[in-house]
Design a protein around this ligand. Structure first.
Ligand SMILES: Nc1ncnc2c1ncn2[C@@H]1O[C@H](COP(=O)(O)OP(=O)(O)OP(=O)(O)O)[C@@H](O)[C@H]1O
Ligand SMILES: [Mg+2]
Length: 1046
């Protein structure tokens, strides 16, 4: 809305069409007020007026680019980006080739504007590696061309001294593909001469300031512009312009564009040659014939040039100082005077440089050109030198101003004349607006029969003495009555005395003002001839680039035909340009220079007013106001907006015009806003169009939503139908499956019922044949069968006979579990019995003894576990075999139970002595082993009790009854190596004899009765005894004895 308010701000309207009242003064005031507010851009409809601020403004930021991207031209604040965006969008979306025509005086900001347009388009079009490369190449062509083609003039520090038209080519998506640059008429005279306060082309200063010492040495140049005749001798650097940095930027730009290092070197070498040519000094001498001739004054510079371009110095010297003239079949070498020599030198320098510039443009074009075959859309940007009025205007100004005249003509034709003619053509009611048509001036210059340029060509080609005097005379005759032509002579004829118009001059009343041209040099510059000797010398050089610039120097291709004149060439290229521009949709940027001093934000009303006048801005506004801001053929209009009308959407079957009328009447725009032509619809104010566009945008959103809605609906419906179909299939299958199951179950039930019923029927039939206890019997039968099967199975599957094996098969039926357990027990007992039955009496007795030992000692005495492995042998002495023991054998007779060696503990001191021990069914005998005589014979009934320790020793105390005879000596302490067996047998023998159990004490402390009184025996367990298994008895006083066992 900010933009809309600025457009309507009465003090400083953004669109001059809205100016009220419309006067030159109000227009100027508005521009001034806007300029004061730093609003440098103003519209006249869709034409942008730009006033140079001469200072950087913060309105070209990326944010601004975003703001104007896809903007509505009339909805945002006036800006150059808005026109760039409008042009780019109609190129991309409506397939219309565009051209952006930037016009204005020198220093008005045309080049800056063109760069802004290019950078805007580069910023908004899509990104990608390839696209970015193209964009970069297109943008980087600027620093290169500016270095070689721009120079400081009095009016502009960076004045373009050539015309530039750049076609940027896009693909159908709006992505840049490449481009073509056309250049027009480089001001080559600047090479050799420039006004005080101006400079030669930037490249020379950049090279000298920014070239490294090595590069300068390679180019045979010296640092500092004061060394070079073609450069200004005064201060050469410019405030705010860093030549060295610009040189680096230019080199970088060349690399981006794709120049090879060899090409850059060649380019700089040729540039250096131009610079050095200016230092070639000539001196005069006289020939033998007395004719003046010239020669090289100081050959060093010439030699260096020749070294650079690999040419024989003699060839160049001869080409510079003499001229070959062909007369019939003879070739004559004529010496040149010093002035002619200098002329030659300068002509060569100018030609080399201008051809080098053409080569540079072509080289850039090779890099940025688009591959043929691709369909493309084009946006042309024209930045051509501005209209120039100097004190002394020459051929260049004439050509430049002619070009500007043509551009003005385009503007007039497209915006004013064309517009008015269109209203008439379309049958729209219209009051014509007066405007100045500069066609007459263009015709004055370019008319192919009697235009100034044609007459100049005629003069140049005319045999005989040719000079500018005859040319002016002819002009005076031809245009004596022309309104836009003036000269001393025509003035005289009209009795006007104007001292500002000297003799050798003519004046043209251009659209932008009167310009007086001095004809001196017109013919020479128009001819633009370079002596063949020079081009041949250049061709002879072995420097590839330089040589390629002078193809006509090839002696093989000598042509006597004169080359086309500069004016003729320029006229043709302007005609081509105009044709090109006419084929495109024009967008205008009209640049205005606010002051002559390049001062920031200074507005000189007189200067601006002059520009307002010659740019025809007033007429432009008037026609805009009187006319219609927008027109379009009915068909595209209807196609674009038909969605806004209920009757025209989606299809209109009538004519396009009727459709448009129906549509607009439905939209209820005021009738004065619209006019219906024969083929086009006209809309008066931009606001109506803006409104139309806004409504279209909203409607498009609605339609997009509708399409989205329909699509989503369709998608959901299809999805739903698919799901429904699937669901039906699934449920059909499922139902089928359920019914099948149900049927199977019913069938089973029916069969069961049937079976029951049949059974019942049969039973009823056969009931009488059945006995009442049939079922019990059946059950018993089955039961028996099962038991039988179980038992037979068991028989076949009996476990092994080993008494240690207690396995038994499990019961196959629960009801057999009890019986099975019982059978298991019986089987086991039976197995054990079988085992017992097969035992021998000895073995049986042994096992009984073992059983008895276990009852006596298990878990009571440690020695027991050791005895388990030892079989009870009973007889350990071999009484029968050994004759020594005959007596003892006799004593035992048949009653021997056990015989072994024991140790008897001395009751007095605890020491042990060996003894033989015999246990019979009645006695216990101790005998001396040596004599084998019984020493002590105890009746078993004398034994009162026996004490043993808990440990694994063999000590036993035989407590004797006091009453017995043997008991007089006291109790016996013995150590047996078969203690367990001994006591077990003793016990068994006692049981057998007396039916009384042996009184056995297993204890650590017991009392013995010795002859000398009772002795308390304490058993002590020691870690390790001295003798194996033999306990050590130690007497401790008279009543105590300690037994160490282990
Ligand atoms: N939009 C702008 N913002 C800031 N400064 C600008 C702007 N446009 C132009 N200038 C200043 O004005 C100077 C001259 O502009 P520019 O070179 O574009 O003029 P021109 O119209 O191309 O002149 P010529 O016809 O001599 O080439 C620039 O160097 C720059 O300093
Ligand atoms: Mg310029």
């Amino acid at each position: 809305m900010e933009a809309a308010t600025t457009l309507l701000d009465a003090e400083a309207v953004g669109d001059l069409v809205l100016l009220d009242p419309l006067t030159e003064e109000s227009l100027l005031r508005t521009l001034q007020e806007r300029f004061r507010r730093s609003d440098i851009y103003t519209y006249i409809g869709d034409v942008v007026i730009s006033v140079n601020p001469y200072r950087p403004l913060p309105i070209y930021t990326p944010e601004k680019v975003q703001e104007y991207n896809n903007c509505n031209f009339f909805a945002v604040k006036p800006h150059i980006y808005a026109i760039a965006d409008d042009a780019y969008r109609s190129l991309r979306d409506q397939d219309r080739d565009q051209c952006i025509l930037i016009t204005g005086e020198s220093g008005a900001g045309k080049t800056e504007a063109s760069k802004l347009v290019m950078s805007y388009v580069a910023a908004v079009c899509s990104k990608g590696e390839e696209v970015d490369k193209v964009k970069e190449q297109l943008l980087q062509s600027n620093p290169v061309l500016e270095a070689f083609g721009n120079a400081k003039t009095i009016r502009n520090d960076n004045s373009s001294r050539f015309g530039k038209y750049m076609d940027v080519e896009f693909d159908f998506k709006g992505e840049p593909l490449g481009g073509v640059i056309s250049n027009y008429l480089l001001e080559k005279s600047r090479i050799v001469r420039h006004t005080k306060g101006e400079r030669n082309f930037h490249i020379f200063y950049q090279l000298l300031a920014g070239g490294s010492a090595q590069l300068l040495q390679q180019l045979k140049l010296r640092q500092g512009s004061q060394h070079y005749g073609y450069l200004n001798r005064e201060k050469s650097s410019l405030p705010g312009m860093d030549d060295a940095a610009n040189f680096r930027a230019m080199q970088d730009a060349m690399a981006v564009i794709g120049f090879s290092p060899a090409e850059v070197t060649a380019l700089l070498e040729v540039t250096a040659v131009v610079l050095k040519l200016g230092n070639v000094e000539l001196s005069s001498c006289y020939q033998a014939s007395g004719m003046e001739a010239c020669s090289i004054a100081e050959p060093r510079e010439l030699h260096e040039i020749c070294e650079l371009i690999k040419l024989d110095p003699g060839t160049l010297e001869q080409a510079l100082c003499s001229r070959t003239v062909k007369a019939r079949d003879e070739t004559v070498l004529t010496a040149l005077s010093v002035s002619q020599g200098y002329y030659c030198r300068d002509a060569l320098a100018k030609n080399i440089y201008s051809r080098l510039f053409d080569w540079l443009v072509n080289r850039i074009n090779t890099s940025i050109q688009v591959k043929p075959g691709k369909q493309r859309k084009v946006m042309g940007v024209l930045d051509i030198y501005g209209f120039e009025i100097f004190q002394d205007n020459g051929f260049e100004q004439f050509i430049i101003n002619y070009c500007n005249e043509k551009l003005q003509q385009i503007f007039i034709l497209m915006t004013l004349k064309e517009e008015q003619e269109e209203y008439v053509r379309e049958g729209i009611k219209w009051t014509p607006v007066e405007f100045f048509d500069n066609g007459i001036i263009c015709d004055l210059i370019e008319n192919s029969k009697c235009g100034i340029l044609a007459m100049l060509d005629e003069e140049c080609l005319r045999p005989g003495v040719v000079n500018e005097d005859t040319f002016v005379t002819k002009l005076n005759q031809r245009f004596a009555t022309h309104k836009h032509y003036e000269s001393k002579e025509t003035q005289n004829a009209k009795h006007v005395t104007d001292l500002s118009l000297p003799q050798h001059c003519f004046r043209i009343h251009h659209y932008a003002g009167k310009v007086t041209y001095n004809v001196t040099g017109f013919i020479e510059k128009n001819n633009d001839l370079l002596f063949r000797d020079l081009s041949q010398a250049m061709w002879a050089a072995r420097h590839t680039l330089l040589r390629s610039l002078f193809p006509e120097g090839d002696p093989q291709k000598v042509s006597l035909k004169l080359p086309p004149t500069a004016g003729f060439q320029f006229k043709n290229s302007v005609a081509t340009l105009m044709k090109n521009l006419y084929s495109k949709n024009p967008n205008y940027i009209r640049c205005i220079k606010p002051n002559d001093t390049k001062t920031a934000m200074l507005f000189t009303p007189e200067l601006v007013l002059a520009q307002i006048r010659y740019l025809g801005l007033m007429e432009n506004v008037r026609v805009r106001r009187a006319g219609y801001a927008f027109r379009q053929l009915y068909n595209p209009f209807l196609q674009r907006y038909k969605m806004l009308g209920s009757k025209t959407w989606p299809r209109w079957s009538g004519s396009d015009r009727e459709g448009t009328e129906v549509l607009l009447s439905e939209l209820k725009f005021p009738p004065e806003e619209l006019a219906y032509g024969y083929t086009k619809i006209f809309i008066r104010s931009p606001r109506t169009l803006f409104d139309l566009e806004k409504r279209r945008q909203e409607r498009i959103n609605e339609l997009a939503t509708l399409i989205q809605k329909m699509f989503r609906g369709w998608r959901c419906r299809t999805q739903y139908q698919l799901m429904r179909k699937s669901q039906i299939i699934i449920s059909a299958w499922f139902r089928g499956h359920a019914q099948k199951n149900k049927y199977k179950q019913m069938k089973r039930s029916v069969l069961l019922l049937q079976a029951y019923a049949r059974g019942w029927k049969v039973r009823r039939m056969y009931r009488r044949y059945f006995r009442s206890d049939a079922s019990t019997r059946l059950a018993n039968f089955i039961y028996r069968r099962l038991v039988q099967k179980f038992l037979v199975g068991l028989q076949k599957n009996l476990p092994p006979m080993s008494v240690q094996d207690r396995t038994w098969p499990p019961a196959p039926y629960k009801f057999l579990a009890g019986a099975n357990q019982e059978l298991k027990n019986i089987f086991y007992h039976w197995k054990c019995k079988k085992y017992r039955d097969q035992l021998t009496p000895q073995r049986k007795a042994l096992l009984q003894a073992k059983l008895c030992a276990s009852e006596l000692f298990k878990d009571k005495k440690t020695l027991y576990s050791k005895s388990l492995q030892q079989p009870f042998q009973g007889e350990y002495l071999g009484l029968t075999q050994n004759p020594k023991y005959q007596k003892l054998h006799a004593v035992a007779k048949d009653k021997l139970v056990m015989a072994e060696s024991v140790m008897k503990v001395n009751r007095a001191n605890g020491k042990t002595v060996p003894r033989l021990l015999l246990l019979t069914t009645e006695h216990l005998v101790l005998a001396d082993p040596k004599a084998a005589q019984p020493k002590t014979v105890l009746s078993l009934s004398d034994i009162h009790s026996v004490s043993v320790t808990r440990f694994s020793d063999g000590l036993l105390a035989l407590h004797l009854k006091e009453t017995s005879t043997a008991g007089n000596k006291g109790d016996l302490l013995l150590v047996s190596s078969h203690l367990i067996e001994l006591i077990t047998r003793l016990h068994q023998t006692l049981m057998a004899a007396t039916s009384q159990a042996l009184a056995l004490h297993i204890t650590d402390q017991f009392s013995t009765r010795f002859q000398k009184g009772d002795v308390a025996i304490t058993v002590v367990e020691s870690a390790k005894g001295s003798n194996d298994d033999i306990p050590i008895c130690k007497k401790r006083g008279s009543h105590k004895m300690e037994v160490l066992v282990h």
